[in-house]
Write a protein that binds this ligand. Structure first.
Ligand code: HSE
Length: 310
């Protein structure tokens, strides 16, 4: 049996415009790394966190990775001691599923170390508990794609029903992360608790259209379905230049563009790498004009999920 393991789990784009809390996909980069070691005795200890500027809790009961692993160990009735070292390789509060990637890397790693007592899919509820600690809500649209790879639909939360959606081979994602922070907890609190039936009709038409477009490799249908009339109009005010970034992405040829998760990152989908890169340059220009630093990522959809690095 291995004594230690190093795992990478990918960042994710949740919501995908119209699918608030029910759609998400994984990207190839960025992502987080977790190193776990078996330790004598019981208990979970966080030995090191890098890349978080000292902002994440070192207390395993308050840390996303610690909580996910602790729930997993309780479930399999294990008293195994674990040491955690977390390497944050993506920004916090970015809308890229930072806490989800850490939680997924943690539960995937501990399952591997202990000889895979559970299937990869069954690890999802433990990673969702990590999400609850991070932002007060156990939504699955970041953890599910990070854990399973690809494009994932959460058809139902109770009971949990997760469906992987095939995507066209050449679908590329552009993500621009403006260097400002939006806390998911805050971005959820400002949302309306009730919506109009006429908006719901538009929204579920788009969700169905997006899924159909992905499954049929119909790029035009994907593009015209990436339209959110419920959440984006409220959250857009948290992101300076959002409408201009979106316009530039589309003018550069992207199929569609929206807020990544709870923001402030903005994502666009394109039907080839060249267009995805061009859209990225144009999206970046807006933040440069606003004197806001930004990080740009262009990647294919990540269909493999977590990866063992060592
Ligand atoms: N669906 C969640 C939200 C994702 O939009 O609040 C958070 O990353």
């Amino acid at each position: 049996m291995k004594e230690s393991i190093k795992v990478f789990a990918p960042a994710t784009v949740a919501n995908v415009a119209c699918g608030f809390d029910i759609l998400g996909f994984a990207v190839e980069n960025p992502g987080d790394e977790v190193i776990l070691k078996l330790k004598p005795g019981s208990g979970i200890k966080i030995t090191k966190i890098t890349g978080d500027e000292g902002r994440l809790s070192r207390d395993a009961e308050k840390n996303t990775v610690g909580v996910s692993i602790s729930n997993f160990l309780k479930h399999i009735d294990s008293k195994q001691g674990i040491e955690i070292s977390l390497n944050k390789k993506m920004p916090l509060g970015s809308g890229l599923g930072s806490s989800a990637a850490s939680a997924v890397a943690g539960v995937f790693a501990v399952n591997q170390l202990l000889g895979m007592p559970m299937s990869q899919e069954d690890l999802l509820p433990f990673a969702m508990e990590g999400e609850r600690i991070a932002c007060g809500s156990a939504h699955a649209d970041n953890v599910a794609p990070s854990l399973l790879g690809g494009f994932v639909l959460i058809r139902s939360y109770d009971p949990l029903d997760i469906i992987r959606i095939p995507t066209p081979k050449n679908l590329y994602c552009t993500i621009i992360h403006p260097q400002i922070e939006v806390q998911t907890r805050d971005a959820r609190e400002i949302l309306k608790k009730q919506i109009l039936l006429k908006d719901a009709v538009i929204q579920w038409g788009n969700v169905a259209g997006l899924i159909a477009g992905l499954m049929k490799s119909d790029y035009e249908l994907i593009g015209r379905s990436m339209h959110d009339v419920i959440v984006e109009p409220i959250r857009a005010i948290l992101i300076p230049g959002f409408e201009d970034v979106k316009r530039n992405a589309k003018e550069a040829g992207a199929l569609g563009c929206g807020i990544s998760g709870s923001g402030p990152s903005i994502f666009a989908l394109s039907k080839d790498e060249k267009t995805a890169k061009k859209a990225g340059e144009k999206m970046k220009e807006i933040f440069a004009d606003l004197k806001i630093g930004s990080d740009l990522y262009v990647s294919k959809i990540n269909n493999s999920g977590p990866q063992i690095l060592d």
